[in-house]
Design a protein around this ligand. Structure first.
Ligand code: ADP
Length: 166
């Protein structure tokens, strides 16, 4: 029998501005498939989000506090470079729609070109969260619409405070 591959560490990367219950669903499901999942907040120095990278990390840590096999990192570089640095061989992506699929196919193909050792794994969005994105949450919250069912209590509070001053 071939050697069993013990490298069962996955990365789940995104902007998470902010984390939604859709992201959390993917993290939970990935954590049940892999020994360890590192959530990576990818950011670009010139692109300012609604929340700072530190805030996004805090929200994610709070959302996954009950899952021991998950940690959170940040990078302003290539995700596959970070995967290689920390020894993760799997890259998790969530798929909500055909438009996600078109974009994700291209990303996965590029990543395979530059890092053939990293395998991209797609998880289909759950029915309850397939409509949900961080931008939908930001849009609703900016209109003072309740987003309690879409994000964690910590994120819901932060959104209320953020938009209270506008
Ligand atoms: P968003 O598109 O919400 O701004 P990110 O850039 O943070 O999210 O996305 C990170 C990854 O999570 C992507 O693979 C994206 O397709 C996936 N994802 C985002 N929201 C959901 C959801 N509601 N269900 C499943 N996957 C999702």
């Amino acid at each position: 029998m071939d050697d069993i591959n013990l490298n069962n560490h996955a990365v789940y990367a995104g902007s998470f501005d902010p984390i939604t219950i859709g992201h959390r669903d993917i993290i939970r499901r990935a954590a049940s498939m892999f020994d360890f999942v590192t959530v990576v907040v990818g950011h670009h120095p010139t692109k300012k989000g609604l929340f700072s990278v530190d805030e996004r990390v805090e929200f994610i840590k709070n959302a996954v506090a009950d899952i021991p096999s998950v940690d959170v990192l940040t990078t302003d570089g290539l995700i596959v470079d970070l995967c290689n640095k920390i020894g993760a061989r799997f890259l998790i992506r969530g798929l909500r729609s055909e438009s996600d699929f078109a974009y994700e196919m291209q990303m996965a193909a590029v990543n395979r070109e530059i890092a053939p050792n990293i395998e991209t794994v797609f998880l289909l969005a759950s029915r309850d969260t397939m409509f949900l994105s961080s931008s939908v949450v930001r849009e609703l919250a900016s209109m003072r619409h309740c987003v309690d069912d879409l994000v964690t209590p910590m994120v819901a509070d932060a959104l209320i405070k953020r938009y209270a001053h506008e």
